[in-house]
Design a binder for this molecule. Structure first.
Ligand SMILES: *Cc1c(COP(=O)(O)O)cnc(C)c1O
Length: 379
């Protein structure tokens, strides 16, 4: 089946009683046993629930994996995979990964004895140089936030595997419609389903997708043991969102491209960060590795912080808000929002200035978005 067909069809058929066309929500904590030996496949919702299972089967299929587990948030998906490791293990991650992931690694798991190296992953050689005999995992996030640096997944996987380390990819920014890390040899994929997979800014959720039996079994065990699974209601919302993933991603990326084209030409804009522009340093890699350029872009306004503020307050259709991947367009200010917990020095070292604005392009009509951004820049 093609991708769009799998979005709509896989896993959803969970109503053997009435054959409803959509998946029912099973809001129950427990399930009755027929006798002391037999139940119908579910006994307690922390361990498993038919609505959650529908979503898991769907997501596993979209990434091309063996199995998936749906969790309460993206952070709980990341927590789950970190429990595959042991104290003393070493992990290599990009220096520009999602701020919440950095916090979880640096301020939580480091205290439990896991060691981390954060390296510029644009060059796979930096990963090789950071390897130690204790390296057990390499964390890949591409494209990065907010400057859209692209990591060569196959190259990093080769370095990691040569050292016997597993690779985990956070595929939130592109969704499996535009990038499937398993095709490049990655071992586990995680998502914040809060973003494109749900796509409607009305739920937080996550998932871990596995491709090896041993990881699938262990991840299922951890999600149950730690109690990280998502609620049946949230699973149902994400499952509903996923059905339109393909058409939404097409609309999102068309809008992002239209906005990027306006921004590169605009005299008040100094620099645009978008892998879809031929001027992006990894444009060719993005073309090779991704099935599209996605819908996240950032830009530096010329002048001062006040000039950037004027643009963010001047737009009328873009909501000033964190997060991404919803149908509505957003502008965000990394300086005081997503990257506020980094030190100023760390932000500047990462290339984020106080004139950097991030856009999550929604699915409104491109002409309206372009006109709105233009008037905010022109004012
Ligand atoms: C939002 C996000 C997360 C965290 O997900 P939550 O659902 O907010 O817990 C992780 N990684 C990336 C790339 C994200 O954008």
């Amino acid at each position: 089946m093609h991708f769009e067909t799998r979005c709509v069809q896989v896993g959803v058929d969970k109503d053997s009683a009435y054959l409803s066309a959509t998946t029912p929500i099973y809001p129950t904590s427990t399930f009755r046993w027929d006798d002391l030996q037999t139940n119908r496949g579910y006994d307690y919702t922390r361990s498993g629930n038919p609505t959650r299972r529908a979503l898991e089967e769907n997501l596993a299929s979209l990434e091309g994996g063996l199995d998936a587990r749906a969790t309460s948030t993206g952070m709980s998906a990341i927590t789950t995979v970190m429990y595959l490791l042991n104290p003393g293990d070493h992990v290599i991650a990009g220096h520009d990964i999602y701020g919440g992931t950095y916090r979880l690694f640096h301020d939580v798991f480091a205290h439990w004895g896991i060691r981390f190296s954060f390296v510029p992953m644009g060059d796979a050689e930096n990963v090789r140089r950071a390897l130690t005999p204790a390296t057990k995992a390499v964390w890949i996030e591409t494209p990065s936030n907010p400057l859209l640096n692209v990591v060569d997944i196959a190259a990093v996987v080769e370095v990691a595997h040569s050292a016997g380390a597993i690779t985990i990819a956070d595929n939130t920014f592109l969704s499996p419609y535009l990038q499937r890390p398993f095709e490049f040899g990655v071992d586990l994929v995680i998502h914040s389903t809060t973003k494109y997979l749900n796509g409607h800014s009305d739920v937080v959720g996550g998932c871990v997708v596995t491709r090896h039996r041993e990881h699938a079994d262990r991840v299922a065990w951890i999600v149950n043991a730690l109690g990280l699974g998502c609620s049946p209601f949230d699973a149902w919302l994400v499952l509903r969102g996923v059905k339109t993933l393909g058409p939404r991603m097409e609309a999102h990326q068309k809008n992002a491209m239209a906005l990027a084209r306006v921004l590169v030409e605009h005299p008040r804009v100094e620099r645009v960060y978008f892998p879809g522009l031929p001027s992006h340093p990894q444009h060719e890699l993005a073309k090779r590795q991704q099935k599209g350029f996605g819908a996240m872009l950032s830009f530096d306004v010329k002048g001062t912080r006040a000039d950037a503020e004027r643009v963010m307050y001047g737009v009328k259709l873009f909501q000033l808000a964190e997060s991404l991947g919803g149908v509505e367009s957003l502008v965000a200010y990394p300086e005081t929002m997503s990257h506020a917990t980094m030190s100023v020095e760390a932000r500047r070292a990462a290339g984020i200035s106080e004139r950097t604005i991030r856009i999550s392009a929604g699915i409104e009509h491109p002409d309206d978005l372009v006109a709105d951004l233009k008037q905010a820049l022109d004012t």
